[in-house]
Design a protein around this ligand. Sequence first.
Ligand code: ADP
Length: 556
Amino acid sequence: MLSTMQDVPLTVSRILHHGMTIHGASSHVTTWTGGPEPERRSFAEVGGRATRLANALRDELGVGADERVATLMWNNAEHVEAYLAIPSMGAILHTLNLRLPPEQLVWIVNHAADRVVLVNGSLLPLLAPLLPHLPTVEHVVVSGPGDRALLAGGPLADASTRVRVHEYEELIAGRPTTFDWPELDERTAAAMCYTSGTTGDPKGVVYSHRSIYLHSMQVNMTESMGLSDRDTTLIVVPQFHVNAWGLPHATFMTGVNMLMPDRFLQPGPLAEMIERERPTHAAAVPSIWQGLLAEVTARPRDLTSMARVTIGGSACPPSLMEAYDKLGVRLCHAWGMTETSPLGTMSNPPAGLTADEEWPYRITQGRFPAGVEARLAGPSGDFLPWDGESAGELEVRGPWIAGAYYGGAGGEPIKPEDKFSPDGWLRTGDVGVISPDGFLTLTDRAKDVIKSGGEWISSVELENALMAHPEVAEAAVVAVPDEKWGERPLATIVLRDGASPDYAALKEFLAGKIAKWQLPERWAVVPVVPKTSVGKFDKKVIRRQYADGELDVTRV
Ligand code: ADP
């Protein structure tokens, strides 16, 4: 028997319409400009401009259903407009990661066959030289400050017969502020994002209207980020990194004000933004919070407006959480990936606990929401109990979890065996344990775990313990080949200013917290830990540096 309920598709155009009407006058997107004043636009203005953009893309550029429209942009109001306009009109928003090496960007644009690229002027030095290698791109739409002359000649000369350049503001000016949004099947593609390739070739994840809508609702739930129209969220996590963790769509649903840093992502400007605009929430990866901590330690600033911060993308060291607790800022740990939209878990402790009792929950990756089912696959393929001890590979499924990757124009979706189980669950490549009450603790990525003499050593556990030492600013631990044990840990550390390495003392410091056989005997001080395009420790690079003899390794 079917229900008697209405069947209204869950579409991005509905999120757009809701935000620009119900929250139109009272909620704002504020973009940091680096000038004396930030730029503030109401949701009504942003929605109106998004509607004009959709009209321009259709009428002037001929964008039709299913066409990929790429963005190469920072976090700013124009990028939010693109987030709303492109899926609503039935096209597909394709966010490009501006920190990828040029050859990977070229590969991704060609694989997605993008026809239009919206670009910030400040990123033209990155885009212009690539255009001759992007045969599918016909239109480039430029917004914000930047040297347009880069597009006029030079590398574009070859491509100039093919590529038309538009000014964003001129393109949308005078267009209608209404659009007859198509009534789409909620399962059609709305947006796509390629994984950042930390562990191999980029793979395209294609989100549906339905997955975005449901994910936005989850982001807004009290047990997730729990924001309302009284909040302002500082969205540092880039819009090209898993849709800025779903925030631009989620906020348009509930009227949360957005504070967008544009290209001003350095600790100094971030501290200034927080002091002046007083956001109540923020979202970013641990390396951003490490940088900001160093900044406010050197030059104290008031961060207390930012009561809650969502932190994820890589493991949050407990010492970082403690440091921010002292500044009146509560870091809330979350786990997710491009394939999970990304919200997979969030560590809000259960009710009724004291601060001390909450702590062991806060340092986990968090609890699964109703929309995410989880299981742990053991080494022999059997599923392990949720006993807080049995470690296996995490597999998940749910309405905002990928079931395949984009197979290229005309191609079938691809389901690599190492990524999807035969019964369709996503194999995350993350190894961890789950407590009986559903809290996930990740011990490592399957590819980063150190396999020493048949036992596993968690690189993350060693890193967290090292980063709790007052003289250690950052620590990354990788597996290196060892004749006797197969693999052993190599600890690379960044020391705080003025500190000198005393490896024996560091080993002693670890000894109380980590089993003796797991302690590293290879140590190296490095000026910085190499980072991936989205700010994670790049362990591939560290392993290569070690193999090439580039590190000054001491054995202790
Ligand atoms: P990439 O796989 O290219 O790094 P993603 O941004 O999709 O790109 O990364 C997802 C991965 O990041 C997860 O599979 C996990 O290994 C790691 N990750 C994300 N959040 C956390 C977290 N809170 N703790 C530990 N690892 C995390």
